[in-house]
Design a protein around this ligand. Structure first.
Ligand code: HEM
Length: 295
């Protein structure tokens, strides 16, 4: 049987009830009357890799771009490819490994705080951890005194964006929230331009050059940082929230997980180098994200 591919009806026009009904079938599930969920790996490969120039991000992405600007998450086609090339070196394995230990240290600090506080709502606690980790790793800066304000602003924006298929005016409080975040990012970018290369992800983005020697403009830089910020902290906090929720419902797995960490690390802290050997730990993360994809 010839492999199914998606044609121009999906690529060039917004879907409507007729096209959705025509498309629905193996690996494609109707989502209301103007969207389909793609779950066939071959079609996903077509959309994301082999035929990416034919596909445009939809209305939800346009609404997000209104809030977040045009970072790599929201670009299409060759614009995306060019930006991706520029940003990708900042996410190399070596760069990620370089932040492992700082991540563990801050996480342990937060976890000790949670233990001192006792029973509490984990979502704000995890959001605060990941905002701190993102700011630290992205900017090598601290926003401790503004943490509450920033989290409130993101929560306001996410609540607005979550309603992703409804086009509506941007309410004043959402615009205020966007401005709060934009102001903070402008400040941090300005500071980083003055202090120069400190190995942070932002410094790498500032130094990055296109093949023709051009670099990101201030606006592109801000949009990219905004995207990485959003892409980085909410997803990770949500993934960990679900993982902890699932572990609390599966105490046998939680016990085996503690035993795996204990066998590997004894009384010392987990280090980045321990992670590849901790198979159950990795499986818990993968299975959590399979069951509850954060984005
Ligand atoms: C559990 C954690 C995470 C999940 C589930 C996740 C999920 C995703 C998904 C599904 C996309 C593709 C979106 C699309 O093309 O429509 C994406 C893109 C992206 N994510 Fe994440 N992400 C996570 C963590 C992070 C972190 C920690 C960062 C950065 C600090 C990050 C930065 C980005 C960026 C820059 C893109 C755009 C890449 C491109 O299109 O070239 N993400 N992420």
């Amino acid at each position: 049987m010839e492999a199914r591919t998606l044609g121009p009806e999906v690529c060039v026009q917004p879907l409507n009830l007729t096209t959705v009904l025509d498309l629905a079938g193996d690996g494609l599930t109707a989502l209301g009357d103007d969207a389909v969920l793609v779950s066939d790996p071959a079609l996903i490969e077509q959309i994301l890799v082999s035929d990416f120039r034919s596909f445009r991000k939809g209305r939800a992405a346009q609404r997000m771009a209104g809030m977040l600007g045009r970072g790599s998450l929201l670009l299409d086609g060759d614009d995306w490819k060019q930006r991706r090339r520029l940003v990708q070196p900042a996410f190399k394995k070596r760069q990620i490994e370089a932040i492992y230990d700082a991540v563990v240290e801050r996480t342990v600090d937060h976890a000790n705080r949670w233990i001192r506080v006792g029973r509490q709502d984990l979502r704000p606690a995890l959001l605060s951890l990941f905002v701190e980790l993102t700011v630290h790793n992205l900017f090598k800066a601290s926003v401790d005194e503004r943490m509450g304000e920033l989290i409130d602003a993101w929560e306001t924006i996410f609540a607005f964006l979550a309603d992703r298929f409804v086009d509506k005016e941007v309410p004043l409080e959402v615009e205020d929230a966007r401005q709060t975040i934009a102001d903070t990012l402008w400040e941090l970018i300005g500071e980083k331009r003055r202090t120069g290369d400190d190995g942070s992800l932002l410094a790498m983005l500032i130094a990055a050059r296109h093949e023709d020697g051009g670099q990101l403009t201030d606006q592109e830089l801000r949009d990219e940082v905004m995207t990485i910020f959003v892409g980085g902290y909410e997803t990770s906090a949500t993934a960990l929230l679900f993982a902890l929720g699932l572990l609390s419902r599966h105490p046998d797995v939680a016990r085996r997980h503690r035993a795996e960490v204990g066998a590997r690390c004894g009384d010392r802290r987990v280090q980045g180098a321990d992670l590849p050997a901790m198979t159950l730990n990795r499986n818990i993360v993968s299975e959590t994200m399979r069951l509850f994809p954060p984005s």
